[in-house]
Design a protein around this ligand. Structure first.
Ligand SMILES: *[C@@H]1O[C@H](CO)[C@@H](O)[C@H](O)[C@H]1NC(C)=O
Ligand SMILES: *[C@@H]1O[C@H](CO)[C@@H](O)[C@H](O)[C@H]1NC(C)=O
Ligand SMILES: *[C@@H]1O[C@H](CO)[C@@H](O)[C@H](O)[C@H]1NC(C)=O
Length: 260
């Protein structure tokens, strides 16, 4: 009798403790889950897919910038999504030969030859290897995608029910086509830099108008005193860049925690 009288109180207390614990555990305020430096290896058995994180029913498909999974900072950022509770797969988008220059550092002819090799068809095929691995080997159906610069465009291209991805995020996407924005069928978040020649203010406004027209949940955050690439390759000795990189990461994690 006494037990049943106290049960609701205990239940409420339990609920309160569970809520308090989950708030305490919430990774989106915990800076320690972000690794800016380290020595994460790219092991030979993981050359086509970089796999990180813990077993989970939720995954992040990480789509790199032109420096690929070969760049330590890409692997460290993928690991940070792992510490935020996701199983993470980052496909090698360049078949072992990533660029040594960013898209905005290339001459016109370098850019043309790079993009001629990394076509949407070629890149989509490499991405599908990662998605197949998540769906058919890991059996994960709740999949979000995050993309940076070159990979940001593909986060939009892959954000469709048909392709099995439910939520997307892109930091400083480049070469993103209007039709690719209009075609999304899931919630999308964008992190933009105030100094990004590949996504200047006029383009940002167009992207906002296109996002609004999709009727999907969306957000676009502008980070000040940062430039193209800041989501991955910020100079973390500069407090403004460090904040921008960390906040763009938390923006993505909270977006996925909410919509996936
Ligand atoms: C995925 O499902 C297949 C078929 O049911 C099963 O053989 C395999 O062990 C599962 N993989 C994991 C990682 O659970
Ligand atoms: C958004 O939709 C409206 C109404 O269909 C259209 O007039 C407008 O051009 C669209 N905006 C963009 C940026 O496509
Ligand atoms: C990084 O930022 C620090 C602090 O602003 C600056 O002193 C340093 O020159 C920057 N490094 C590079 C490579 O730009």
């Amino acid at each position: 009798m006494l037990g049943s009288k106290f049960l609701p109180v205990l239940w409420s207390l339990g609920f309160y403790l569970a809520t308090a614990t989950s708030q305490q555990d919430c990774p989106v305020t915990d800076l320690s889950i972000i690794a800016h430096d380290g020595d994460e290896e790219l092991t030979p058995d993981l050359v086509t897919l970089y796999v990180t994180g813990k077993p989970s029913d939720k995954a992040v498909l990480y789509l790199t910038d032109v420096y690929g999974i070969q760049l330590l900072q890409n692997r460290l950022l993928a690991d940070s999504f792992g510490r935020a509770g996701y199983f993470v797969v980052a496909p090698d988008l360049f078949n072992g030969t990533p660029s040594t220059l960013d898209l905005n550092e290339m001459s016109r002819s370098q850019l043309e030859s790079f993009l001629a090799a990394a076509t949407p068809e070629e890149t989509d095929a490499l991405i599908s290897t990662g998605v197949d691995y998540l769906r058919n080997v890991q059996n994960i159906t709740r999949i979000a995608t995050t993309g940076y610069c070159f990979g940001g465009r593909y986060a939009f291209r892959w954000l469709s029910e048909e392709k099995g991805l439910k939520v997307g995020f892109a930091a400083h996407p480049s070469n993103l086509q209007d039709s690719e924005i209009s075609a999304i069928t899931g919630a999308v978040g964008v992190a933009a830099a105030d100094a990004d020649g590949m996504m200047p203010p006029e383009r940002r406004s167009q992207i906002e108008a296109l996002l609004l027209n999709t009727t999907q949940a969306y957000t676009l955050s502008l980070y000040g005193s940062v430039s193209h690439g800041f989501g991955v390759r910020a100079n973390i000795s500069d407090p403004r860049q460090k904040f921008g990189k960390e906040q763009a990461f938390f923006q993505a994690v909270r977006w996925f925690d909410t919509w996936l």
